[in-house]
Design a protein around this ligand. Structure first.
Ligand SMILES: Cc1cc2nc3c(=O)[nH]c(=O)nc-3n(C[C@H](O)[C@H](O)[C@H](O)COP(=O)(O)O)c2cc1C
Length: 369
């Protein structure tokens, strides 16, 4: 019996298995609006065999995007385009596939080039915008110096997360994931490396959690009870003066108390180059500790690519769910191939009936009558 392919209850949502596709920026949106590229990606992932498909970091404000190519959910146009993409994906999705969207404000990591243009800050002629953050400290010496957020700007950002969550609910997503990791705005408030404020939004660990918790409350309040909400959090900043796994446990407890259903434990990137070289499943120990101490459904990600490795993580390493990014980018049928390796029968779309057994002798397929 495969644990990886057993269902998982994430609050009110039952995922058909423990495989999630991790959010992956595609830098292919038009003023925040999903393009045909997103439709293609989402339709492809809808029939990948993953139980949860998570859409990329999506800006809750136009200036909260990472790049000009990043997805947004700050206008009716964005909402309409995403609704069209989700509708297309649902029309081909394998049974019970759940769709999630990651909500993000990039803060000081915004106004950058698309990844394939080398990342790094935009120049004025390239359409740079003014970035903001808890404190006026750049992500790296050659990046924009962000403006320290005023009380009004903080309240506006919190409201924007809630408005985007309400849009995601209207579109029909099953789940929402707050991006509270990888050096983006929520992480910037949480980490002592990037938050040097001396007012009520900075200082000790509790004060640095004020913004993350306020966003969590606003998002939960804006989201209907049938949707699951979670957050991608930081297991460690890998810095002496940075966040540790104990901070992750505290954050997970706080989110759980505010009605969150899961956390995904990742790590690093509060500063440029802030993640040392890492090996297979490197976030698993921190995720297991968060799950054990905060008692919340816990997902992890990072260098998980092999079916047996994924099975072992959920069966024996104290984590509920795995999220894979590059493995699905490389092979959008990863779930099918994992099922084959683990001897699991999957109900594939019937259009694939004739090709699958020929390509993979030994794969067990349930044929629709
Ligand atoms: C192309 C690409 C885009 C990514 N975009 C996001 C993103 O939007 N949000 C996020 O939290 N992580 C993002 N990540 C990180 C992945 O979600 C994942 O955590 C990381 O790649 C490690 O998992 P992997 O080893 O399975 O690829 C991205 C990774 C890749 C490769």
């Amino acid at each position: 019996m495969s644990v990886l392919f057993s269902p998982l209850d994430i609050g009110p949502v039952r995922a058909p298995n423990r495989i999630a596709i991790a959010p992956m920026c595609q830098y292919s949106a038009n003023d925040g609006c999903a393009s045909d590229w997103h439709i293609h990606q989402l339709m492809s992932y809808a029939m990948s065999g993953a139980g949860v498909v998570t859409l990329e970091a999506t800006g809750v404000l136009r200036e909260g995007r990472i790049s000009h190519g990043c997805l947004g959910l700050y206008s009716d146009e964005c909402e309409y385009a995403l609704a069209r993409a989700l509708q297309a994906a649902r029309s081909v999705a394998m049974a019970d596939t759940k769709f999630s969207i990651q909500l993000c404000h990039a803060g000081r990591k915004g106004s950058t080039h698309k990844n394939w243009d080398g990342g790094g800050s935009l120049k004025a002629p390239e359409g740079a915008w003014t970035t903001c953050a808890p404190s006026p400290i750049p992500y790296a010496p050659d990046w924009h110096v962000p403006q320290e957020m005023s009380e009004e700007e903080i309240e506006r950002a919190i409201k924007a997360y809630a408005q985007a969550a309400a849009r995601a609910a209207r579109i029909g997503f099953d789940m929402i994931e707050l991006h509270a990791a990888h050096g983006y705005l929520i992480h910037q408030f949480h980490s002592p490396v990037s938050n040097k404020r001396t007012d009520a939004w900075g200082g000790d660990a509790q004060k640095r959690l004020r913004f993350p918790n306020a966003v969590a409350e606003a998002v939960r309040a804006a989201t209907p009870a049938h949707m699951a909400i979670g957050a991608r959090i930081t297991g460690t900043d890998y810095l002496e003066d940075g966040l540790t796994v104990d901070d992750a446990v505290e954050m997970a407890r706080g989110f759980k108390a505010r009605g969150f259903d899961y956390v995904c434990v990742s790590s690093g990137n509060i500063i440029a180059g802030g993640r040392p070289a890492s090996g297979p499943g490197f976030n698993v120990p921190n995720a297991a500790k968060v799950r054990a101490e905060a008692g919340i459904v816990t997902r992890t990600a990072g260098f998980i690519a092999d079916a047996k490795q994924a099975e072992e993580i959920v069966a024996e390493r104290g984590v509920d769910q795995v999220a894979l990014a590059r493995a699905f980018l490389d092979d959008p049928r990863w779930g099918w191939h994992a099922a084959e390796k683990l001897g699991v029968t999957l109900q594939l779309p019937k259009q694939f009936n004739r090709v699958a057994p020929k390509v993979w002798p030994g794969v067990k397929l349930a044929r629709p009558s």
